[in-house]
Design a protein around this ligand. Sequence first.
Ligand code: MET
Length: 404
Amino acid sequence: MDTTPSASGTPDAQAPYRTTGALATHAVHAGREDLAALGLHAAPLDLSTTYPSSDSRGEGLRLDEFAATGAQLEGPPVYARLDNPTVGRFEQALARLEGTESAVAFASGMAALTAVLLARSAAGLRHVVAVRPLYGCSDHLLSGGLLGTEVTWTDPEGIADAVRPDTALVMVETPANPTLAEVDLDAVARACGRVPLLVDNTFATPVLQRPREHGARFVLHSATKYLGGHGDVLGGVVACDEEFARDLRRIRFATGGVLHPLAGYLLLRGLSTLPVRVKEQSATAAELVRRLAADPRVTAVHYPRLGGAMVAFEVRDDPHEVISGVRLITPAVSLGSVDTLIQHPGSISHRIVAAGDRAAGGISEKLLRMSVGLEDVEDLWQDLDLALSGLRPRPEPRRETAVR
Ligand code: MET
C-alpha cells in the first residue's frame, strides 16, 4: 500500500500503515485500518437493518444520489440493503488482495454472478462467451436461459471469433471446477479485445493468482470457499473497477442479494489466515498428488501448474465406493475449508450440467474432486488409501434425523 508519512515526519497514529505491499500483511490489516483510531481491536459487527435520521429531506437526496450513481453513500448508512459497514470492510479488504479499485459482496457466489449478468444485460448486452468447464451452477445459469443470456461455448483459442458486438463478457474459471484445467489468462484477455473478461478465481484465490494483473476486468469468488475458509459462511464477491462496482451496487439494491453482516464479519476474519491456509493446504495437496499419481488404483491425476489445494483424480474402480469409504475426509460438496472434502462432480457439483456437456468439459464419471484441508498428510493418505482399497463397509443408513 502506498502511504505518506505525517507532515512532521513523526509516526502518526491516524495515518495509514506502511508496508512492503506483501499480501500476507494486507490479508491481516486491509479493511481494518481505522480500528486503532476507533479504540477497537476486532472489527465491529453492525447488525442494524435500518439507521435513524431526523433529516428526511437529506436522506431523500442521498437516496437519489445512490439510485442515480451507485456510489457508496457518504455518512451513515440508510438501510441494510444499500450498504453495511461490516460488509464494506470485507469488500475493501478483498479489493486490496485482488488489486482492484472496488469489490461488491453478495449473498452467494451465484448471486454475485447473477448481478454481473444483470448489470451487463441492463446495458443491452446479453451474449456471453464462455469456456467449459465452469462450476456446474455457473454453467447452468448461462446455458439454461434463466436470465435471458445467450451463450457461445468455445475453447480459449475460439474466443476472438466468438465475440460479437452484443457480447456482454467472456467468462473463464481457472483452475476450473472440477477438472482443474487452466487457461492462459494473458492470452485470453488479449483475445477478448474490448469485451470485459470475467475470471472465476475461487479455486486459485488472490494468494496464487490475481486475474486483474492479467487483464481481467471482473474477478468472481464464491467467498463460501477459501475466503471464508471454515465451511460456515455463504457468500460471493466481485472485485472490479469502481465504475462497474456502481452498477453492481444498484443491481444489489434492486434485487436484494445482499451478504449478511455476520457473513461479512466471518469473511473478513477468514481473509487474515487465507495466505497461510492456502500455502499449507497446497503443500499437503502436492504430496497427495505425488502419491495418487504413483497408485495403480488411480488412472489419472489432475493438478494445476499454478498449484493450490484442489486435486482431481480418476479411479480405476467405482468412485462412489471411495466416497462411501472415507472416514476422516468429509464426503461433502464444497471446498476451501480447513477440513478435507471429497465429492463426485458427476453426482453433485456438476449434476445439473447435461451428461454430454459434462463429458465435453472433460468431467469423467470416474472423476473425484478433493479439497485438501489442514490435517496431517499421513492421516489423509491413510484414509484415502483405505477408501481406495474398497475394503471398508458402507456406513449404516441414517434412520433418525438428529436434533440440532
Ligand atoms: C451445490 S453444488 C456445489 C457447491 C460448490 N460450488 C462446489 O463446487 O462444490
